[in-house]
Design a protein around this ligand. Structure first.
Ligand SMILES: C[S@@+](CC[C@H](N)C(=O)[O-])C[C@H]1O[C@@H](n2cnc3c(N)ncnc32)[C@H](O)[C@@H]1O
Length: 322
C-alpha cells in the first residue's frame, strides 16, 4: 500500500535555511505527508536529533515509514491532528523542541486520487476527509444536509465564492431532486455539473474561465470538512508554548485565508500588546514572544514554480521564539 504515493515538497531549501537544523536537535513536523521535509531535517540532526511527526492520512504515513526507514529510531509518527500538538508533546515528553514546521493543506497524492473526492476533475465520492477513520463529516454530508445559511457561510468565509447566495440557494433546490432519485453516493462529477447548471455555465464555455467555477466551492468544503482554519489558529499558540527560546516556527500555506491567520498571529505575538487598537496606551503589559524572521511572506522562485507548478500559490512565513 502507498508505494505509488506522490508529492513534491514545496520550499525544501528555504525550510532548511530558516529552520537551520543542527546535530542532535529535535523538531516537530506537523504535516508529515510524504516525509520530504522530515527527511532533510533528519539528515542534518543525527546522530541523536529526533522528529515527532503528525499526519492524519494513513497512506501518507505508510509511504513515509517506507521512505524514512533508515531513520526509524529518530522518527516518531503519530496518526493524529496537529491540533493536539501540546497534549502529545507533553505525553511523549518530547522536549526540547528547536523548530516546528507546518506545511498546510493537502498533498498531490490526496488531490490526484479520485477516491478522496478533493478534485472536481474526477468521478470519486465527494468525501474530502484527511482521515477516513477518525473523521465522520464528509463533503457529501455538508452538501446534502446543511441549511442554506450554513452553506452560504462556508462558501463566503472559506471559499470567498463570488455568487455564494445563488449557489447556496441553487444547491438546496437541486438536492431535493437528487435525494428523490435515491442515488447511493454523490459523485464529484455530479456535483460539478450541478454547480455549472446553477451558475448557468455551459461545459463548452469553461475555457473562458481563468479558474474552474467549482474551485472555490471545493476549497470551502475541504476547509469545512477538515476544520482547517480552526486547526491552524489553535495550533500556533501551542507551537509557541512548546518551542525552546531561539527555536523557529515555519508555516507554508496555500491560500490567503490560512496565510492571513499566520501573518496576524506572528504580528500579534511579536508586538506583544493585545490592547484594543482604540486604546491610547498599553494596559495589557504583554511582552513580545516572537521575532518575525520573514518580514514579507516568502514566495517560491520561478525555478521552483516551473519544476512544480502546484507550488505557485505557496507562501512561507517564519518566526523565532524570543
Ligand atoms: C502539503 S502536505 C505535506 C507534505 C510534506 N511536508 C512533504 O514534504 O511531503 C500536507 C499534509 O498534511 C496533512 N494534514 C492536514 N491537516 C492535518 C492535521 N490537522 N494534522 C495532521 N496532518 C494534517 C495532510 O494529510 C497532508 O498529508
Amino acid at each position: 500500500m502507498a508505494n505509488d504515493y506522490h508529492h513534491i515538497s514545496v520550499f525544501g531549501d528555504e525550510v532548511i535555511k530558516y529552520l537551520a537544523p543542527r546535530a542532535n536537535q529535535n523538531f516537530v513536523d506537523c504535516t508529515l505527508g510524504g516525509g520530504g521535509h522530515s527527511q532533510r531535517i533528519l539528515d542534518l540532526t543525527g546522530p541523536k536529533g529526533k522528529i515527532l511527526a503528525f499526519e492524519l492520512d494513513k497512506r501518507a504515513i505508510v509511504a513515509s515509514q517506507a521512505r524514512l526507514k533508515k531513520y526509524k529510531n529518530r522518527l516518531d509518527i503519530v496518526q493524529d491532528s496537529y491540533v493536539h500538538l501540546k497534549k502529545i508533546v507533553i505525553k511523549k515528553k518530547f522536549r526540547p523542541i528547536h523548530g516546528i514546521i507546518f506545511d498546510l493543506g493537502l498533498s498531490s497524492d490526496q488531490l490526484d486520487r479520485a477516491d478522496r473526492g478533493f478534485s472536481f476533475k474526477d468521478h470519486g465520492s465527494l468525501d474530502m476527509r484527511f482521515d477516513v477513520k477518525s473523521q465522520s463529516l464528509t463533503a457529501e454530508e455538508i452538501v446534502l444536509t446543511w441549511s442554506k445559511d450554513d452553506l452560504l457561510k462556508i462558501f463566503r468565509e472559506y471559499g470567498e465564492v463570488k455568487q455564494a447566495q445563488r449557489l447556496a440557494q441553487g444547491i438546496i433546490a437541486w438536492r431535493e431532486t437528487f435525494l428523490k432519485q435515491k442515488q447511493k453516493k454523490l459523485k464529484t462529477s455530479m456535483f460539478v455539473s450541478a454547480i455549472l447548471r446553477i451558475l448557468n455555465i455551459k461545459e463548452t464555455s469553461l475555457k473562458r474561465f481563468r479558474i474552474h467555477p467549482a474551485t472555490q466551492v471545493f476549497q470551502a468544503l475541504r476547509i469545512a470538512v477538515n476544520s482547517e482554519l480552526d486547526n491552524i489558529s489553535k495550533a500556533l499558540p501551542q507551537a509557541l508554548d512548546m518551542l525552546e527560546s531561539g527555536g523557529r516556527i515555519a508555516v507554508i500555506s496555500f491560500h490567503s485565508l490560512e496565510d492571513r491567520i499566520v501573518k496576524r498571529y506572528f504580528k500579534q505575538m511579536s508586538s506583544g500588546c493585545i490592547c484594543p487598537p482604540e486604546s491610547p496606551i498599553c494596559t495589557c503589559g504583554n511582552k513580545p514572544q516572537l521575532k518575525i524572521i520573514s518580514k514579507k511572506a516568502i514566495e517560491p522562485s520561478a525555478q521552483e514554480i516551473s519544476a512544480n507548478p502546484r507550488s505557485r500559490s505557496a507562501k512561507l512565513r517564519v518566526a523565532e521564539k524570543i
